[in-house]
Ligand binder design. Structure first.
Ligand SMILES: CC(C)[C@H](C(=O)O)[C@@H](O)C(=O)O
Ligand code: SF4
Length: 775
């Protein structure tokens, strides 16, 4: 693990070091979290843990909650409350549970009745909640989005959500530095989405594992904030912990007049800008990995397979297994083609679509909608398309688009104009693909079943999705006349986006009127399951002997480990039914006899031995380790892991162990394939065969090993650092006072912030909300 940086520092080094509350000799670091975003899917079990342990939310003023994943995107004109509005039982329960929790714990909440509701990664920046130099977390992998502001922003699992709620800190370790420098001018028709798809195609979905990527270079500098957000958003698809862009004038311009940013031209604003300007990598700062890209090499790009690294320029053809050298990649390509219903050699522009989805936290901001509207203006979508949807990222984006008449442009072209939410990005709500349907999508993941079981996703930019909608096939936007004007010119970057209008009518604040005191009646009951019902103590992990199931695939993502339909629970229990669901079960619900966990003796597996790279990449869902644990699997051995999954397993008393030595891992896999038991001895740090012969040695870091072996509770441990946390907060208040009270006015008080309805200014520029009404 990298140690403290002595010489010139990177942007990441600076922000990270500014947040260290405590550093242990073994490299375990407690960092302070400035901003915590919360949504309904990954928070219920965290709040339950707080209740079980009788803990409170430490900094309600630094916490902002919304509902986004589960919510229908149908008109809300008759919206009264989520109980009546959300029809699906399990989705409704998650939304109601969040509402109960925000009331009980006094959190600021933008619910469905509030115009500021939207996808969590859209509303944070929109409100100025996300600020340069801050640490931002959320129980969601695309928290990397916020790194566009020069924030250190990353996704966490539910146990870590609980940790942050209780302590406003996280236990972590230093990441490595990676630089992705894109220089030169983008060709016409090429946008930020093409940059990030191209980068992932180059580095692969595991390329950034263990790293924080700094995006820099003249092409990045010339991008607007919204375009930078689209890039940082998909850092997670490149395997990185976070993505960052150094803040500059474009950033400061974007932040002006945001309700939660310091007031422009105040002494505080000037102080903040001075600090923010210092947040750039020093000359001579060292990067562990350096990637240089020439902007002119990037063409409008689309994905053809089932991993975000499966991309090609739109002028290309679908590749085949023979185009890859590596055996694993050949197999992955063959599987992708089968799933996607494609043949190698097919021209990408010949691929016929069923649906088009323009939305998601990657591309549902006003700039994205303007671009798409420009492309489709005065034209009609292809008659054969079954459905084309525009889903704005937030209520405020929707409202701004309507003021500009974009909704009319879209509906006249044949698109549906929807309400804000995650929508068809992951189909946890009614917006899904049917089996076999093919979709051009501006979202970020094209995993099997991502947009609906059997659905086929092609990722692309808003301009390309709009062009595809007109043609009914994947299409090259550059073949449409006037496309150049659709993409915001780099010269205007940052001047184009005005802060969205703030809330108009007092009724829209209805969600906030119900803030109540946390009382005894709101304390939930613990649910006893294989997974700990709170992080208050875990069963120790010392030695584990048992059957190990072998798996060979690369990049097994958490969507594959447990698909979205199983995330709609407020418990940690009973998730084994969803484990590897699409692989374990046939479409008629019967068991697939060919899947390893359905064969004997693997139905009793306690260990997974994965020889493919990057196990558990993608989404932050802690449901993945909960499902493994519920099945009986307590240990995964692999050459590498997705960062968030790795942490999530540890928080549940499971051991995710990297075995770097490929030959040794193969020996373990051979035992597993032979159906013989193996033993993982964490105290001795060895893997043995059934006779006690050592198959592999490994190194688990001291702190993690100690916690696992003793079954220690992270939150309890962190709470012993109370004095240091308080001291850190005192210094934070002195040095960066704009971070207290969510920046809404009073700096001296903590608590939920109630935002009064503000008149919509005629300039379309938001005004800082004048009065905090209630604390
Ligand atoms: C539900 C949540 C855990 C998940 C994530 O972490 O990414 C979701 O937002 C997704 O995009 O898959
Ligand atoms: S990736 Fe999709 S599901 Fe996840 S937060 Fe973004 S919009 Fe929502």
């Amino acid at each position: 693990m990298p140690s403290a940086v002595r010489g010139p520092r990177t942007l990441y080094d600076k922000v990270f070091e500014d947040h260290i509350v405590n550093e242990q000799d073994d490299g375990t670091i407690l960092i302070y979290i400035d901003r915590h975003l919360v949504h309904e899917v990954t928070s219920p079990q965290a709040f339950e843990g707080l209740r079980n342990a009788g803990r409170k939310v430490r900094r309600p003023d630094c916490t902002l909650a919304t509902t986004d994943h589960n919510v229908p995107t149908t008109p809300r004109t008759n919206f009264k409350n989520v109980s009546q509005f959300v029809e699906e039982d399990d989705s409704r329960l998650q939304c109601e549970t969040l509402e109960d929790n925000v009331k009980a714990f006094k959190l600021t909440y933008f619910g469905l009745g509030d115009k500021r509701q939207g996808i969590v990664h859209i509303i944070g920046p929109e409100q100025g909640f996300t600020l340069p130099g801050t640490t931002v977390v959320c129980g969601d992998s695309h928290t990397s989005t916020h790194g566009a502001f020069g924030a250190l922003a990353f996704g966490i699992g539910t146990s870590e959500v609980e940790h942050v709620l209780a302590t406003q800190t996280l236990l972590t370790r230093r990441s490595k530095n990676m630089r992705v420098q894109v220089d030169g001018e983008l060709a016409p028709g090429v946008s930020s989405k093409d940059i990030i798809l191209y980068v992932i195609g180059q580095i692969g979905t595991a390329g950034g594992t263990g790293h924080v990527i700094e995006f820099c270079g003249s092409a990045i500098r010339s991008l607007s904030m919204e375009a930078r957000m689209s890039i940082c958003n998909m850092s997670i698809e490149g395997g990185a912990r976070a993505g960052m862009v150094a803040p500059d004038d474009i950033t400061f311009e974007y932040l002006k007049e945001r309700p939660l940013a310091p007031k422009v031209d105040s002494a505080e604003w000037r102080k903040a800008v001075k600090y923010w300007e210092s947040l750039r990598s020093d000359d001579g700062a060292k990067y562990d990995v350096d990637v240089q890209i020439d902007a002119k090499d990037i063409a409008p790009t689309v994905s053809w397979g089932t991993s975000p690294q499966d991309v090609a320029p739109i002028t290309g053809v679908v590749p085949g297994p023979d185009d890859f050298d590596d055996e694993n990649k050949k197999q992955a390509c063959a599987r992708s083609l089968e799933y996607m219903g494609l043949e190698a050699g097919t021209k990408l522009t010949d691929i016929v679509l069923d649906k088009v989805f323009i939305g998601s936290c990657t591309n549902a901001r006003i700039e994205d909608l303007r671009t798409a509207a420009h492309i489709v203006k005065g034209k009609k979508i292809a008659p054969a398309l079954k459905r084309a949807m525009i889903v704005p990222g937030s209520g405020l984006v929707k409202r701004m688009a309507e003021r500009e008449g974009l909704d009319k442009v879209f509906t006249e072209a044949g698109f549906e104009w929807r309400e804000a939410g995650c929508s068809m990005c992951l189909g946890m709500n009614p917006d899904i693909l049917s089996p076999g349907e093919r979709c051009a999508s501006t979202s970020n993941r094209n995993f099997e079943g991502r947009q609906g079981a059997g659905g086929r996703t092609h990722l692309m930019s808003p301009a390309m999705a709009a062009a595809a909608a007109l043609v009914g096939r994947l299409a090259d936007v550059r073949n449409l006349t006037g496309y150049e004007q659709a993409l915001p010119s780099s010269k205007k970057a940052g001047q184009d986006i005005q802060p969205p209008p703030q809330v108009e009518d007092p009724e829209s604040d209805a969600d906030l009127d119900n803030i109540m005191d946390l009382d005894e009646s709101s304390q939930g009951n613990s649910v006893k399951t294989g997974a700990p019902s709170s992080s208050a103590g875990m069963p120790p992990f010392t030695q584990l002997k048992g059957i190990a199931a072998p798996m060979t695939r690369n990049n097994i993502d958490t969507d594959a480990i447990i698909p979205k339909q199983f995330l709609k629970t407020i418990q940690r229990a009973g998730l084994s039914k969803g484990l590897f669901h699409a692989w374990r079960f046939n479409t008629d619900g019967s068991l697939n006899p060919d899947f390893v966990l359905n064969k004997e003796p693997y139905t009793k597996s306690k260990i997974l031995v994965v020889t493919g790279d990057n196990f558990g990449c993608g989404s932050s869902r802690e449901h993945a380790p909960w499902a493994l644990l519920d099945f009986g699997i307590k240990c995964v051995l692999a050459p590498s892991f997705g960062d968030i999954f790795f942490n999530n397993t540890l928080k549940n008393g499971m051991l995710p162990q990297v075995i770097e030595d490929h030959a040794a891992l193969q020996k373990i896999a051979d035992e597993a394939k032979a159906g013989r038991e193996i033993e993982v001895d964490l105290e001795a740090q060895v893997v043995k065969d059934a006779q006690g012969n050592v198959l592999a040695e490994f190194k688990c870091d001291e702190f993690r090993r100690n916690c696992l072996v003793k079954g220690l509770d992270d939150i309890g441990l962190t709470m012993q650092m109370e004095e240091r946390i308080t001291k850190f907060e005192k210094r934070r208040t002195e040095e960066t006072p704009w971070l207290d009270g969510s920046g809404y006015l009073s700096r001296h008080r903590r608590g939920p912030v109630k935002v009064d309805a503000a008149p919509v200014p005629s300039t379309n520029r938001g005004e800082e909300v004048k009065e905090p009404l209630e604390w």
